[in-house]
Design a protein. Structure first.
Length: 565
């Protein structure tokens, strides 16, 4: 399927991105860790799916405290993943298949093993002293302020050599870079140019909304939930747009790139400031509003279930606010989130709900992201023991809840529902014991035990599988300009079982999308605009006859796309 003939949209607006978590995708040399040659092996699979761009989570040298988000050398490939020439091969092979590659740009912080930090912590007067954020203790000797780190504990760690604290919004091994320092910014831009000259097609920018901090570092005073440093003064700071416009002017404007910023704690109005093309910053951002609709007062680590009306409210707000300025990214999950089927769908109706989640997301306005395994309907992983979890965030919360004396079964349920490791289990390529074709040796993290029924080989053999539903949706996006630029309209906002919306392009082409989020059979009164016109079924997630009439019936988690041509 060639890119459609829609001239007035940009390539990254018509593209579908597939996220590869390298250490869990395919292990080519059987050391239990996924690698670049494993990705090369599976490029034909990704091409068959129909995607256009591959986003790789960090592949650089890293002590792996936070699975590569603690970078010790921006210019060297983690030897567990391969060599620079392997990466060159990957880019060449991807480009020969008309697939683009974007890298993860992690420039809010480095690893504490980075040369810059090793020098910075030594003294206050060397070239790198001010590459990080150092503060004297408060007058009473306590921490510089009350900011908390995402992975628990305070956001400050004391270094005796400097008699100062340094800031870290995540782990203490992830010291925050000081973007106020122009020399640091130039070193970042130099590194970005290196990878773009190497042939990379853009970047996903890790927590880019945090790079500018309020320089008064105000106390949070417990006014904010979860990780305080995000909220108190470390996100959407006073110079964030100045820095991104400088990055665009000095680097990005010289290349044809896809750039997506990960912007925690950023609302739709702020997202327009990052993505309005007239501001020359980024193409799009990942927002988190739909990732917080099942949070409780404990934050992420609880057992609360989302409400569809909340999801529709959030999606509709972002669709409407960014309909004419800026651009949405669209995602259900990634390496930080649990599996979409378990979180937003139904494990009882796994295939049906996976298809309907895909239908809804891929028919919205924006660039869709598919997280590895989502296209075969992977679920959360039922680990036997809490010790099976590897993720620093999950391990810290397990320890915290144990200290709080919470019941082990509650903690296990929370970990099953919310751990980032749900997304990080190795990709199951076939029903082959013991590692499903991911590797011939024990992987770095446990397999999802249901790989015997949920694996790529099974999906490719079954024309009714989730995989082929994704393939059809991607083909529709490439063929129908209304999917790219049609105006969104929500129907029945208060219906907590059905998501119904339309897209309409200026040339009168209209789509109507309806998806059940219920395990029960439902009926639905179609809007008059549908029944008064000659619509036809473009895609039905069930292999049944869908009659377009006043009152339609929907099977559990059935989704249907209608078109008025
Ligand atoms: O994630 C930032 C972020 O928002 C996550 O900490 C998220 O809020 C949390 O995982 C939800 O529980 C980025 C990366 O995607 C993540 O993998 C890194 O751990 C983090 O930044 C630090 O680099
Ligand atoms: Ca390997």
């Amino acid at each position: 399927m060639t890119m459609m003939n829609d001239k007035n949209s940009l390539w990254w607006q018509k593209a579908v991105v597939y996220q590869v978590y390298p250490q869990s995708f395919k292990d080519s040399n059987n050391d239990g860790i996924g690698d670049l040659n494993g990705i090369i092996e599976k490029l034909p699979y990704l091409k068959k799916l129909g995607i256009d761009v591959i986003w790789l989570n960090p592949i650089y040298v890293s002590p792996q405290v936070d699975n590569g988000y603690d970078i010790a050398d921006y210019y060297q490939i983690n030897p567990d993943y391969g060599t620079l020439s392997d990466f060159e091969q990957l880019i060449q092979q991807a480009h020969s298949l008309n697939l683009k590659i974007i890298l993860d740009l992690v420039v809010n912080h480095t690893s504490d093993q980075h040369e810059w930090f090793k020098a910075s912590k030594k003294s206050r007067d060397n070239k790198y002293s001010d590459y990080y954020i150092w503060k004297d203790p408060s007058h009473d000797g306590s921490l510089p302020n009350d900011w908390g780190a995402t992975f628990g504990g305070p956001a400050w760690t004391y270094v005796p050599e400097r008699k100062q604290y340094y800031l870290h919004s995540f782990a203490p091994q992830q010291p925050e870079l000081n973007w106020e320092n122009p020399a640091l910014r130039q070193d970042i831009y130099k590194m970005m140019r290196y990878w773009l000259d190497f042939g990379v097609d853009g970047f996903r920018m890790d927590v880019i909304s945090l790079i500018s901090k309020r320089q008064d570092f105000p106390n949070a005073n417990g006014r904010f939930p979860y990780s305080k440093s995000y909220y108190a003064g470390a996100s959407n700071g006073p110079r964030v747009h100045e820095f991104l416009q400088e990055m665009n002017r000095e680097v990005l404007s010289n290349f044809d790139t896809l750039t997506v910023g990960e912007t925690p704690n950023t609302n739709a109005d702020q997202a327009i400031l990052y993505t309005d093309s007239n501001r020359h910053e980024l193409n799009m951002v990942f927002n988190f509003d739909h990732m917080h609709i099942d949070y409780s007062e404990r934050g992420k680590f609880d057992v609360t279930r989302f409400q569809l009306t909340d999801l529709k409210r959030v999606f509709t707000q972002w669709q409407n606010k960014l309909s004419d300025h800026g651009w949405n990214s669209l995602y259900w999950s990634n390496h930080d989130q649990p599996r979409a089927v378990t979180r937003f769908g139904s494990e009882k109706y796994r295939v049906e709900s996976a298809k309907s989640l895909a239908t809804v997301l891929h028919m919205l306005k924006g660039t869709p992201y598919i997280f590895q395994g989502e296209e075969i309907g992977m679920t959360n992983a039922k680990f036997d023991s809490l010790t099976d979890y590897q993720d620093i965030e999950t391990k810290n919360i397990i320890n915290l809840y144990k200290e709080e004396g919470l019941d082990e079964s509650f903690i296990k349920r929370v970990a099953y529902l919310r751990s980032r490791d749900n997304a990080r289990t190795p990709m199951p390529w076939q029903n082959e014991k013991p590692y499903a074709g991911f590797s011939q040796n024990k992987p770095w993290i446990k397999m999802n035990p249901n790989y015997d029924t949920i694996n790529v080989a099974q999906a490719l053999m079954d024309t009714d599988s989730v995989f082929y539903h994704y393939q059809r949706l991607i083909a529709l996006r490439h063929e129908y300009p209304v999917v790219i630029n049609g105006k969104y309209h929500l129907y029945d906002p208060n219906d907590n079982n059905i998501y119904a919306f339309s897209r309409e392009s200026t040339d009168g082409i209209k789509l109507f999308v309806i998806a059940s989020f219920s395990e029960e059979k439902l009926t639905y009164q179609l809007p008059k605009v549908i029944t008064n016109d000659n619509w036809r079924v473009l895609l039905n997630s069930y292999d049944n006859a869908f009659i377009i009439q006043d009152v339609i019936s929907l099977e559990p988690y059935q989704s249907v796309i209608l078109i008025n041509r």
